[in-house]
Write a protein that binds this ligand. Structure first.
Ligand code: SAM
Length: 239
């Protein structure tokens, strides 16, 4: 279970909220059962349940260690907002695979339009999906999902990464070659919408330092491409 940092004391973890119901009624845990809690920042706590109340579960800390579920290479995913609930698929599966964070954005051919209020509501739902996927896959961190930004804003973030991989079906080097030449362990993967990127965007991305990469002759859907790239990166780094 992911718990807030203020739930973790020197000797005890106190679990509150929806997880109490899950521990009591779904897992039917009892005192003395073992439970692993995670602070969401990469540290796991092996605990023993002491008491199960109506609103809280108190656990005694037996041991703590860095979460084994976190990859050593950090890969953020910037997806141009795909239609329907496809981003939710990217968030869930991307979290399971090991994505570090998600940066949805809009570009010239993005069809989906979200006003500020809807985007804020969506972000809460997206963050919940990511949290559940992180718990299920035993991650040590909950990858943050940013509010959707625009293309210009995304370009400005490129310098914070060691390597920006711009997924472009029209040209570029193979992903394998792009990874061979990579220095550093902080990647950003940039994926276009259903209609792809414009040539102007491809040029702007290259000028901002991105490496165009293609994934072979088959055109993948906007929600498949980031998952394929994540899998390849973690595979090639042995993570
Ligand atoms: N523009 C294309 C079209 O409409 O035929 C396809 C766009 S594709 C469905 C959506 C996004 O997935 C692309 O913008 C790109 O980022 C990524 N993508 C899909 N297949 C790819 C490939 N073979 N190589 C590199 N990127 C790919």
């Amino acid at each position: 279970y992911f718990v807030d940092s203020d739930a973790i004391g020197p000797d005890r973890v106190t679990i509150r909220g929806d997880d109490v119901h899950h521990i009591k009624n779904v897992l039917r845990m009892s005192p003395e059962d073992r439970l692993i809690c995670c602070d969401g920042q990469g540290r796991d706590y092996l605990t023993e349940v002491e008491s199960i109340g109506t609103d809280e579960v108190r656990c005694r800390i037996i041991d703590s260690s860095p979460s084994p579920g976190e990859p050593g290479v950090r890969v953020s995913v910037a997806s141009s907002l795909p239609k329907g609930d496809k981003l939710e698929w990217v968030l869930q599966k991307g979290t399971e695979l090991g994505a570090d964070s998600f940066l949805p954005f809009t570009s010239a051919r993005t069809v989906v339009k979200l006003d500020g209020k809807r985007a804020a509501k969506k972000q809460i739902r997206w963050q919940r999906i990511v949290k559940e996927a992180a718990e299920q896959s035993h991650r040590g961190r909950i990858p943050p999902v940013e509010l959707p930004g625009n293309w210009r804003g995304l370009l400005e973030k490129f310098p914070s990464y060691d390597r920006v991989l711009f997924a472009y079906e029209k040209e570029g080097q193979s992903l394998a070659d792009a990874l061979k030449g990579a220095v550093g362990r902080r990647f950003l993967v940039v994926i276009g919408p259903e209609g792809g990127f414009t040539e102007a965007e491809a040029m702007e991305a290259a000028s901002a330092g991105a490496v165009p990469v293609h994934l072979g002759p088959r055109i993948l859907r906007a929600e498949t491409a980031p998952l394929a790239i994540l899998s390849c990166i973690f595979y090639s780094y042995g993570e």
